[in-house]
Write a protein that binds this ligand. Structure first.
Ligand SMILES: Nc1ncnc2c1ncn2[C@@H]1O[C@H](COP(=O)(O)OP(=O)(O)O)[C@@H](O)[C@H]1O
Ligand SMILES: [Mg+2]
Length: 192
C-alpha cells in the first residue's frame, strides 16, 4: 500500500505552499532512508509524492501507556536528528503512530528542516522536537517522567515562549475589546 500526497488537490492559491511542503517532505524522507519508523520515499516528481504505508493507529487513538513506546520514540527522534533532520510538527498526535507491533513511527514531514550542518537553530529545534514528544509522555505516562524530562518540559525555547506571550496578549486585547471583560484568576467575570 502507498500513501499519496497530490499537490493538485490543494487550492490554486495554496499550491505553491503545498509544492514547497511536499519538496521539504521528500528531502527529509530521502535523508532518512533506511530508518525504521519513518515512511520510505517511493516517488516524488514535483507534484505527486508517494510514501510507504505503515500499519498502525495514530497516537490519540492508540493511547500508548507503556515505557517502551516512549523510550523507542526518543531513540527514533535521536536517529532523525543525527541525520540532520528536525521534524517541527510533533506536537500533533496524528503525526505519531503506534504500529501494530506497538513500536512508534512518525509521519508528515511537510514542515521538517533538513540540514547538513547542525548549528544553533538546528539544536534548538531538535530540543523542541524532544519537548513535544515529552508532552505526549506527560499525557499518557506522567509518572514515568524523569527529572531531566520535567526540566525540558518546563523550559520551552524562546520562540515558543515569545509566541505564547504574544498570543496571550493578543487574546487579552481581543477579549477586553470585544467582550468587555477579562478573567480575574477564576473569581468570576468582571465587567468594566
Ligand atoms: N506512511 C503512512 N503510513 C500510515 N499512515 C499514514 C502514513 N502517512 C500518513 N498516514 C496517516 O494519515 C494521516 C495524515 O497524513 P499526514 O502526512 O499527517 O498529512 P496531513 O497532516 O497533511 O493530512 C496521518 O495522521 C496518519 O494517520
Ligand atoms: Mg499530519
Amino acid at each position: 500500500m502507498v500513501i499519496v500526497r497530490n499537490i493538485a488537490a490543494a487550492r490554486w492559491w495554496a499550491r505553491r505552499f503545498a509544492r514547497n511542503a511536499a519538496a521539504r517532505e521528500a528531502r527529509a524522507l530521502e535523508r532518512l532512508e533506511g530508518i525504521d519508523g519513518v515512511p520510505r520515499l517511493l516517488r516524488f516528481d514535483g507534484r505527486v509524492l508517494e510514501r510507504s504505508f505503515m500499519a498502525g493507529a495514530p497516537m490519540q487513538q492508540a493511547q500508548p501507556r507503556n515505557a517502551a513506546y516512549f523510550r523507542q520514540a526518543r531513540r527514533l527522534l535521536a536517529s532523525l536528528h543525527r541525520r540532520g533532520v528536525v521534524h517541527n510538527d510533533l506536537a500533533k498526535e496524528p503525526n505519531w503512530l503506534v504500529r501494530d507491533d506497538g513500536t512508534p513511527a512518525m509521519v508528515d514531514f511537510q514542515l521538517a528542516f533538513t540540514r547538513r550542518r547542525r548549528g544553533r537553530l538546528f539544536r534548538l529545534l531538535a530540543r523542541e522536537d524532544i519537548r513535544h514528544l515529552l508532552k505526549h509522555k506527560r499525557t499518557y505516562l506522567p509518572e514515568l517522567l524523569t527529572r531531566r524530562e520535567l526540566h525540558i518540559l518546563a523550559t520551552p525555547a524562546m520562540h515558543a515562549r515569545v509566541w505564547r506571550q504574544t498570543a496571550k496578549r493578543l487574546y487579552k486585547l481581543i477579549a477586553r475589546k470585544l467582550f468587555g471583560y477579562w478573567d480575574n484568576e477564576g473569581q468570576g467575570r468582571v465587567r468594566r
